[in-house]
Design a protein around this ligand. Structure first.
Ligand SMILES: [Zn+2]
Ligand SMILES: [Zn+2]
Length: 126
């Protein structure tokens, strides 16, 4: 039983580590089934909860949507959200000009930026 749990947890961590973008629990489950075919949705949620508590993973929250999950401790990054395939893509870099938007006398502590549009593949299909 303990061994089975360990294999399931390693499968979830492997999936998140290999992912190029944050994943939904359903995507994590599908990919984790390559390693542990019997892994169920409730198990995936339980593992995600315990990994979050240990701060091994973090959530990516878009307004009005369910959270997605990625490995914790990545360097500062942003996302491109495709409205065609609804995939999230990680983008490299950050626009430091954002600081100019801060009103005088205010102290900026963090920012979240999501780029919205169509990915290259969805553009081609149009
Ligand atoms: Zn797309
Ligand atoms: Zn940034």
């Amino acid at each position: 039983m303990a061994e089975r749990r360990t294999r399931q947890k390693i499968a979830v961590l492997t999936v998140l580590d290999e992912a190029q973008a944050p994943l939904s629990p359903a995507q994590i489950q599908t990919r984790a089934q390559h390693y542990v075919p019997t892994i169920g949705q409730a198990t995936v949620y339980r593992i995600l909860k315990s990994l979050l508590e240990r701060e091994a993973i973090s959530t990516v929250q878009l307004p009005g949507e369910s959270p997605l999950y990625e490995m914790a401790g990545k360097r500062h990054h942003h996302f491109f959200r495709c409205r065609g395939c609804e995939q999230m893509y990680e983008v490299v870099g950050c626009d430091t000009l954002l600081k100019r938007l801060v009103p005088p006398g205010f102290a900026l502590e963090a920012h979240e930026v999501y780029l919205l549009g169509l990915c290259a593949e969805c553009r081609r299909r149009q």
